[in-house]
Design a binder for this molecule. Sequence first.
Ligand SMILES: Nc1ncnc2c1ncn2[C@@H]1O[C@H](COP(=O)(O)OP(=O)(O)OP(=O)(O)O)[C@@H](O)[C@H]1O
Ligand SMILES: [Mg+2]
Length: 241
Amino acid sequence: MEIETFSLSKTYDNGKQALRPIDISFRGPGIFSIIGLNGAGKTTLVRILATQLTPTSGTATVGGFDILRDTPRVREIIACVPQEARAVPPWLTPLQTVSSYLMWRGYTYRESRQMALEALGRVGLSDEVRVKNRMLSGGMKRKVLVACAIASEAEVLFLDEPTTGLDHISRKDLWSILRDISRERTIVLTTHYLDEAESLSRSIAVMSHGRLLALGGSMDDLRSMMKHPVSIRVYGPPRPR
Ligand SMILES: Nc1ncnc2c1ncn2[C@@H]1O[C@H](COP(=O)(O)OP(=O)(O)OP(=O)(O)O)[C@@H](O)[C@H]1O
Ligand SMILES: [Mg+2]
């Protein structure tokens, strides 16, 4: 699936220019990572691509469908994990959360339960499938959302910081799940971690203050694109007086 943006920009109602006109193109399957500091515009970009937010100018296509003109078609082929883990309903269990999400997507009750149990097992929540979401830790709530996305069979997944708040082992487990899924599907992932972007992605976009600083296939590509050579000076310990 191809994702393309055409001079896509966003200025919020308060005048904040979160996204300067941006042109990106990625052809899946595989993982496209967006990396950048807090406030770089990653979530704004992902929410626009996922049709949750309208751009101020420009447009984008997901799988050939225009996010503004073909919004329902885009929604049929995508699944999202938002940055906020609060999105899980506290009164449901993980099994109810994932299976009801799948039923909304058109699967039968039986299929949904089966697919939900399998996805929850994959993210390591087999023991918690019947515990209320409100009893889960922040990392576990995030895993419930990831389970929804991977169970969905959507062709394009948008994952906004899926590994934030996960412990080291869960993070590496999720990497291996994402690698596996990305053989057939297109994943757009935001992250603060260089190692994550480098280890998982076929293409990496570096964003800063709403601008695309660089777009490359690997961190080495991105380093070689830097306009100015980087020099690092290392000082020894202070000399005793
Ligand atoms: N609803 C909003 N109204 C006004 N400004 C907003 C809104 N949402 C985000 N912003 C601003 O837009 C800019 C980009 O925010 P965004 O959430 O896209 O960044 P981000 O790269 O996802 O950051 P983080 O790594 O912290 O998640 C920030 O300056 C933020 O304050
Ligand atoms: Mg964000």
